[in-house]
Design a protein around this ligand. Structure first.
Ligand code: BG6
Length: 508
């Protein structure tokens, strides 16, 4: 349970008929409700332009909960009371009458109570509506109280630095920064939030968390899924914009940041932004030496055939969009100078596995005959949630023989509590006005600055070094080459635990 207080709230979702609402937002709100985290008085206005009978709309939301909620099927009684608070409002986002009607509903709800109400507006729409809706909320004075009214903006936040800056300026003219919640759902994941606790509540790691002791860091988010039905969006985005600019750079920030002055939103966001500002920018030649891109071709995953990216729905048959990126980045500050941060993400890979590996240096002083495997810390974000430390141990017997073993912490064994979905944590934060896990304007821009040299170099050389990889494989071989001399292969943690047993990261 979050410590903050949740005031009576009106939650408005724009894009209510979209996938995000059905798969993530409503299941998250429903779970917050059944776990007693929502305030006793709340209402959810769902806005979309499609004509929809309210009962049918709610039926579809229920089906979404039954299919996607971490808790499985909804309870009939709880759903019935929850659903009473949901209202469908058919309206065109570009028409004033939509906002007039919304204002009527919000006003009517607020008149019922004596307490102030929080208003949250969630933009679960295509990015082209962000400015339109933001402007209308401003004009209709629906979001004018700085401490109570908030907007939530989904990614992609801009398509490059210039558009992100423009959008930031646009929003800043209408709302104060503390009203704007730029969401990156990776920051709400339980195992990601735990990295801060792990680093800053365990003093033992802080003295060795730097270039003196760490050889390199790998941050890898492998996805088994392809682009599915999102080809239209993805083909103009690609893995660099879709995953690296936000999720992976945010993971990098949490791993590389200095300890913030306090566990407070601004201090934490300052510390993270500082990391992004220190990431070394590459020249076009350096881009091709340090960043590898790939695109999946036809293959097989779990014995099922997978089409090539270029054959996916709404993808150009000659598309050069990357579905895989591996990059070697440097955080050029006192703590990290010279330590490579390897970031990798790809679609249509053999397993789903998001893992961060802190590879410590080899001991300079060797007193044993056996080869030693340097210590390694593995933070697994999904599907397993665990932290393991690899260390050398004496094999039982009459000789001094060494073998690496692992000390494991798994959530499953350590806790009985169920793990909330990222969207549950983040929606509750918005309702309570806690911006710690959201992106500030300068953070977003700093992240775009990191990827811009790469985007520019690729734009100028659309075919250069665009490697193909077969669906169901770990991406192009060139992605291993950038690990040298620090490692031979990317560390992977497959669900059957096979990969971790093999020492694939011995320092060359
Ligand atoms: C989204 C990307 O932000 O994150 C998707 O747009 C990606 O392409 C998804 O599949 C991954 O999120 P998760 O939580 O499934 O790892």
């Amino acid at each position: 349970m979050k410590p903050g207080k949740t005031l009576p709230s009106t939650i408005t979702i724009f894009g209510a008929k979209g996938d995000l609402t059905r798969r993530k937002l409503i299941p998250a709100l429903y779970n917050l409700y059944t776990d007693n985290h929502l305030p006793p008085v709340f209402t959810i206005n769902c806005v979309d332009f499609l004509a929809e009978d309210e009962a049918a709309f709610k039926g579809d939301l229920l089906a979404g909960i039954n299919e996607f909620s971490r808790k499985g099927k909804a309870n009939d009684e709880q759903w019935a009371t929850f659903a009473k608070q949901i209202h469908y409002l058919q309206g065109d986002f570009t028409k004033a009458e939509t906002y007039v009607e919304l204002k009527g509903k919000v006003g009517a709800f607020e008149k019922q109570g004596t307490q102030s109400c929080t208003r949250v507006y969630y933009f679960a729409t295509s990015p082209r509506f962000i400015e339109i809706i933001a402007d209308a909320l401003y004009e209709h004075r629906l979001c004018s109280r700085e401490s109570l009214d908030r907007i939530v903006v989904e990614k992609p936040f801009g398509t490059d630095l210039a558009s992100a800056k423009k959008l930031n300026r646009f929003l800043a003219k209408r709302f104060s920064e503390r009203q704007i919640y730029r969401i990156d759902h990776y920051l709400g994941k339980e195992a990601v939030q735990n990295i801060m606790a792990f680093r800053f509540a365990n003093y033992v790691f802080e003295p060795i968390w730097n270039k003196r002791f760490i050889d390199h860091i790998q941050i890898s988010v492998a996805e088994q899924v392809g682009v599915g039905k999102r080809g239209g969006y993805y083909d103009s985005s690609g893995a660099l914009r879709d995953m690296i600019q936000n999720h992976l750079l945010q993971l990098l920030c949490i791993v590389a940041m200095d300890c913030p002055a306090a566990y407070k939103a601004e201090q934490i966001r300052d510390a993270k932004t500082w990391v992004l500002k220190n990431v070394k920018h590459y020249t076009p030649t350096q881009v091709f030496k340090n960043v590898v891109r790939g695109q999946y071709t036809a293959g097989t995953i779990n014995a099922a055939p997978r089409a090539a990216y270029r054959k996916e729905e709404q993808v150009a048959p000659d598309s050069n969009t990357e579905t895989f990126v591996a990059a070697r980045l440097y955080v050029d500050n006192e703590r990290w100078r010279g330590v490579p941060f390897f970031l990798r993400t790809g679609k249509s890979m053999p397993v789903q596995s998001s893992v961060i590996v802190i590879q410590f240096k080899d001991s300079p002083h060797k007193i044993f005959k056996d080869d030693m495997v340097p210590n390694r810390l593995i933070i697994s974000i999904q599907p397993e949630l665990e932290i393991s430390l690899l260390f050398e141990s004496k094999v039982p017997g009459l000789q001094m023989k060494l073998k690496p073993v692992e000390m494991d912490f798994t959530y499953q064994e350590a806790y009985k509590e169920t793990i909330p979905e990222a969207y549950e944590a983040l929606l509750l934060d918005v309702l309570q006005g806690d911006a710690t896990l959201f992106m500030r304007a300068d953070q977003i821009e700093a992240a775009w600055k990191v990827v811009m040299p790469i985007l520019d170099a690729w734009k100028k050389n659309p075919d250069k070094q665009l490697y193909k990889y077969k669906s169901g494989t770990w991406g192009p071989a060139a992605a291993n080459a950038i690990l040298k001399p620090n490692a031979k292969e990317w560390f992977t943690l497959s669900s059957n635990g096979v990969a971790r047993k093999k020492d694939n990261m011995r320092i060359a």
